[in-house]
Write a protein that binds this ligand. Structure first.
Ligand SMILES: *Cc1c(COP(=O)(O)O)cnc(C)c1O
Ligand SMILES: [Zn+2]
Length: 435
């Protein structure tokens, strides 16, 4: 059985050639996922090979994604891979953050150490490889965030032309700046996100452009490497919990799939529990999982609001997959306020680690889940930090100087504020100020 694409809808499960250019099931519109025949899996041999590749200087072995390619064998030819040495991200201990989160210990898997500063690189190297494998010349996404920064880098590095479409007047400058620098042709369209997505789908078909939006199943395949690498770094010792922020819910879908497949082939002996944390002002999945399942069904949010722009998503495309993975791992969905996210972020900063606002939702959620007794204080918890501290310097400066305001204009308290101090040109006065 060759690798193939399968419809995720349990009532359909239609199968398609792995190289068919489709983003949804042509029969029912369901999400697609890559499936493989793992019957020949050799977990012990794979573990050894993956360790040896860390010592090997070839670009494919040095990639913290492609090193683990046996678990996502969708490419016929690895010559199509473009790598920027993505993955290879550290697991960091942070006693101060553990204490804040109500835990005896915590480990952060920091995906902000990636080439463009977010976990999107783990998925984008895979999506871009599939684009090249299909013979595509241009790739596109609708995003102003980390997806466009990552897509621009991987497309340009691999000789593909990156096209970015953004709603007019809705720009996140730091991340857009990366996309411009990496050479993406960027269109500000006078329409909203959904209208632009519809336009881009028409254009993709007409002009043979490959879509690398969050719905692309090959990006999910690449993002599985985050949990594979995590287990390798932990000598295949499974934690009790893995906690991550959720926006479009692609990452939790990737984690769940990666973990299930690792268990299926015998690389790990159990599944950790997955906890997804959303921002309160943008929490349709939290609402669905806490009161909507079996009742109202999934309800998109029309005006999501949060300063954590990477998780400001009202209509997350991957929610059916995310629901399945949360249920399969006996996981949970939590939400955190703007104040809780901001304070958790400052604590992660104080640990000398730092992250972008969306990433800090994980620690903010952990604090609530330990207080509620859902996560045990002695539990073995890995929290995933999704993006780099420098993605959003404006937020940081405003927080520490007491000027940060939530989208509804409520001031955010600088609980752990650290203002620059005005000082005169005077050694004695400075000595006094230094204390
Ligand atoms: C994309 C992104 C998220 C959200 O991930 P989803 O897969 O959309 O749930 C969280 N944090 C950062 C920094 C991101 O770039
Ligand atoms: Zn289907």
């Amino acid at each position: 059985m060759h690798p193939h694409l399968a419809c995720f809808n349990p009532a359909c499960r239609a199968r398609f050639d792995i190289n068919q250019v489709i983003y949804n099931c042509p029969n029912c519109g369901g999400l697609l996922e890559a499936q493989y025949d793992f019957r020949g899996a050799e977990p012990a041999a794979w573990k050894k090979t993956w360790r040896e590749r860390r010592m090997d200087n070839s670009p494919l072995s040095q990639s913290g994604v492609w090193r683990y390619r046996e678990l996502f064998p969708f490419l016929e030819d690895t010559m199509q891979v473009t790598t920027l040495r993505e993955g290879n991200t550290p697991i960091l201990n942070a006693p101060l953050a553990a204490q804040y989160g109500g835990l005896t210990r915590i480990a952060f898997k920091h995906q902000g150490f990636n080439p463009t500063g977010s976990f999107k690189d783990n998925g984008m190297t895979a999506g871009a490889a599939q684009a090249r494998s299909l013979g595509m010349k241009r790739v596109a996404c609708v995003s102003t965030g980390n997806t466009s920064a990552s897509m621009a880098a991987y497309a340009s590095a691999g000789g593909l032309a990156p096209l970015i479409f953004i709603p007019h007047g809705n720009i996140s400058y730091g991340k857009l700046a990366q996309a411009l620098e990496y050479g993406a042709k960027t269109f500000q369209v006078e329409a909203n996100f959904d209208q632009i997505l519809a336009l881009v789908r028409v254009l993709a078909e007409r002009l043979g452009i490959y879509l690398l939006n969050s719905i692309n199943p090959f990006r999910i395949e690449g993002q599985k490497s985050i949990v594979i690498e995590m287990m390798d770094q932990r000598n295949w010792h499974v934690p009790d919990w893995i906690v991550l922020p959720g926006g479009n819910l692609g990452n939790v879908s990737a984690f769940g799939k990666g973990l299930r497949e690792m268990k299926q082939v015998g690389l790990i002996d159990k599944l950790p529990r997955l906890a997804v944390v959303q921002a309160e002002g943008s929490s349709p999945f939290y609402e669905y999982m806490t009161e909507g399942v079996g009742k109202t069904g999934f309800r998109a949010q029309t005006n999501p609001e949060t300063l954590a722009t990477a998780i400001k998503i009202g209509d997350p495309v991957s929610w059916p997959k995310a629901q399945f993975e949360i249920e399969t791992t006996n996981g949970i969905v939590e939400r955190a306020t703007e104040q809780e996210i901001a304070d958790a972020k400052a604590v992660i900063g104080r640990c000398g680690i730092g992250c972008e606002p969306a990433s800090a939702a994980s620690l903010a959620g952990i604090r609530k889940l330990t207080a509620a007794g859902v996560i045990d204080r002695d539990a073995d918890v890995v929290a995933v930090l999704t993006g780099n501290v420098l993605k959003d310097p404006d937020y940081i400066f405003k927080y520490h100087t007491g000027q940060l305001r939530a989208p509804n204009d409520t001031p955010i308290n600088a609980t752990f504020g650290n203002k620059p101090i005005m000082a005169p040109n005077d050694a004695d006065k400075l000595a006094e100020l230094i204390g």
